[in-house]
Ligand binder design. Structure first.
Ligand code: IRN
Ligand code: FE2
Length: 568
């Protein structure tokens, strides 16, 4: 495989550590034995070490790849032309394991055969869980490790309800704007702020080349929607699509190393009329392309009819299916309607087929759903799709706030994640309005980290609260720098603080400009504690004693509420 990428790299790639942090690699304990008795692969998982001013540190899950190595003055300088080093190239590839249809070399087939792969060891250490939990969740199809064998550059991760909730960032040029270099930078940028996976939704020119650049430089799994490129190949006319064009596109992308693919195979001919009376019809790009094809030929979807062949291709590379929600609701009015649920049932049927071939599966979900209809989506998905990991787009909890749809959707995303969704597809402030730029990507990622982490807390994920506790302590102790550095977005937190109190002493001051020194509840409460310690009291007693003292002071001062203005 040729490694040198052609093209211009005019755009600067963002490198160097996030402020206050250093990149570390933590050793993974080797297993006692390996299947063939050979020496186990030496593994180390990436983490971000946040250094605190009190001498402590906190290691957090890190998706940013080698780009955040180095120091602020001497940042890492990866050569994007050469691509990242091929981390997984030396990992062991176990023998093919049995499936219902033969054998396969996939994480699912291995997990079912009881084989623990290096990828499983890696993700278990990364999540801080037992490797047996990873293997058993993958085996029952409740978790996936999207890792195409042709994408050795990626650091494996796991998507499943028993693990930390993950977030996906979408990037992609359209015919209208953006260049290859910008797309690579967007990928690096999204990973820097915490995107667990990335989908390249490029359409328009140079699709193959753009994807090659992204894949060779991506430390995170990359997904695509192959029907987009297939449509380019037939010059944008859905009726001209054929199974052959589509199949060749899937092979082309699987060869490149795409880790998971959105396939809208649940959009059946007979479901299309169910969308006729919807407020917003079919809003999925892939869904509308397939619906147009079905209607034009008055035939069943070629994705559905050739699904078994598709499984064979994906199994050969261990590409994970992301069964697309081509009939997802695009408005509050259409949520949980007949079209959406009919498709979901079909996705359940296809899940069984894929798994019988040893292919890993996740299920895509809505869209736009009001809060009271969210839990039902998870319940039905788990029931009908055999608990395959649910991967949802938001959902937006209301339609009335274009320009703020990262927020309308994060409300739904937090709820659906708490209910059991394994991965959230981010939404940026530009949703419904335009192509997101770099700033939008960051806002989208941070917003979704908030939703995902809130759900982790609510679900009692073992490591989630560590960071909240560390940040709360820093806040209470007025360690401002630590509070900034523990934040999801240290730069913005610091900038907001410095807007009003830029001076260095303010970084240790026992107040900020919101309440000022006299009204800071944290300071007053710290004073109460100090008083208690000094006088050997509990906090309640201290408050009472302090009150009595204050009351005496008040009486001594004359007992007047309004004191005469002191004259000079
Ligand atoms: C996620 C859940 N439901 C949809 N998605 C994402 O939307 C999917 O992963 C892909 O990134 C994009 C596909 O959009 P269309 O083609 O369904 O509109
Ligand atoms: Fe929408």
């Amino acid at each position: 495989r040729a490694r040198a990428l052609s093209g211009d790299t005019a755009t600067e790639i963002t490198t160097g550590p996030i402020v206050g942090s250093t990149k570390v690699y933590l050793p993974v304990p080797p297993p006692g034995t390996t299947p063939d008795g050979a020496a186990p692969t030496v593994l180390a998982v990436p983490a971000r070490r946040i250094q605190l001013t009190n001498g402590e540190h906190l290691d957090v899950y890190d998706t940013s790849g080698p780009y955040t190595e180095g120091t602020e003055t001497e940042p890492a300088r990866p050569d994007v032309r050469a691509g990242l080093s091929r981390l997984r190239a030396s990992w062991r590839v176990p023998d093919a394991a049995p499936t219902d249809r033969g054998t396969a070399r996939t994480q699912l087939a291995w997990a079912r055969a009881g084989v623990v792969t290096d990828e499983m060891r890696f993700v278990a250490a990364r999540e801080g869980v037992d490797v047996e939990l990873v293997r058993s969740e993958v085996a029952r199809g409740r978790a996936v490790i999207p890792a195409n064998r042709n994408h050795p550059e990626q650091e494996p991760m796991i998507i499943g309800k028993k693990f930390a909730v993950k977030i996906n960032a979408n990037i992609g040029n359209s015919a209208v704007t953006s260049s290859i270099e910008e797309e690579v930078e967007k990928m690096v940028w999204a990973a820097r702020w915490g995107a667990d996976t990335l989908m390249d939704l490029s359409t328009g020119k140079q699709i193959h080349e753009t994807r090659e650049w992204i894949l060779r430089n991506a430390p995170i799994p990359v997904g695509t929607v192959p029907i987009y490129q297939a449509l380019e190949k037939v010059k944008g006319d859905p009726a001209a699509l054929t199974w052959e064009v589509y199949r060749d596109t899937v092979v082309e992308q699987a060869e490149q190393g795409v880790d998971y693919m959105t396939v809208h195979a649940g959009v059946l001919l007979r479901y299309v009329p169910l969308t006729a009376r919807r407020v917003t019809g079919i809003v999925s790009r892939g869904g509308s392309i397939m619906a147009a094809w079905c209607l034009a030929h008055h035939r069943e979807s070629f994705l559905y009819e050739h699904f078994e062949e598709l499984c064979e291709i994906l199994a050969a590379y261990d590409v994970t299916f992301s069964l697309g929600d081509g009939l997802r609701p695009g408005s509050i009015a259409d949520a949980n309607d007949a079209a959406q649920l009919a498709e979901l049932r079909t996705l359940g049927e296809l899940t069984q087929v894929a798994k019988s071939h040893g292919v890993q599966v996740m299920i895509e979900g809505p869209g736009h759903v009001p809060m009271h209809k969210i839990a039902e989506n998870v319940r039905l998905e788990e029931e009908w799709c055999d608990e395959a990991p649910f991967y949802t787009l938001g959902p937006l909890a209301t339609d009335i706030a274009p320009a703020y749809d990262h927020i309308t959707s994060a409300i739904g995303a937090a709820m659906i994640a708490q209910a059991g969704t394994a991965m959230l597809c981010y939404v940026t402030p530009k949703e419904h309005l335009g192509l997101p730029d770099r700033d939008d990507v960051k806002v989208g990622v941070i917003t979704y980290k908030i939703a995902a982490h809130s759900a982790d807390l609510a679900k009692g994920h073992p490591r989630a609260q560590e960071r909240d506790d560390a940040l709360s302590k820093a806040r209470f102790e007025f360690r401002w720098t630590d509070q900034f550095n523990l934040a999801l977005d240290p730069d913005t937190a610091r900038a907001f603080h410095d807007e009003t109190l830029p001076a260095e002493p303010a970084k240790t001051a026992h107040f900020c400009s919101m309440c000022g020194p006299k009204f800071c509840s944290m300071r007053i409460s710290a004073d109460v504690r100090a008083y208690a310690e000094e006088h050997g009291l509990t906090s309640v007693e201290a408050i009472e004693a302090g009150m009595a003292e204050k009351s005496e002071e008040f009486v001594d001062a004359g007992g007047r509420v309004y004191l005469p203005v002191a004259s000079s």
